[in-house]
Design a protein around this ligand. Structure first.
Ligand SMILES: [Zn+2]
Length: 74
């Protein structure tokens, strides 16, 4: 069995859209709130405008990482 189960691309897309609207998405498999963490804060290598969000489901342990563009600060 695969140890690192992944979400489908459609599921990842839906979660990304939820994050970008300012909300924390639910795991599409378990319907529990994903644990959300920001990655790269304080790291100058990633640049100012790129923020990485890491979403981890506490139940099924699936996780997804994607870049989120913050439009509020230019
Ligand atoms: Zn889950």
């Amino acid at each position: 069995m695969t140890e690192t189960a992944r979400f489908t691309s459609a599921e990842e897309k839906a979660m990304r859209e939820t994050v970008q609207s300012g909300e924390i998405p639910l795991c599409p498999r378990c319907a529990v709130l994903m644990t959300q963490r920001a990655i790269g804060g304080g790291s100058f290598g990633l640049g100012y405008h790129r923020q990485r969000e890491w979403l981890l489901c506490p139940q099924c342990r699936r996780s997804v990482i994607f870049d989120v563009k913050r439009g509020t600060r230019l």
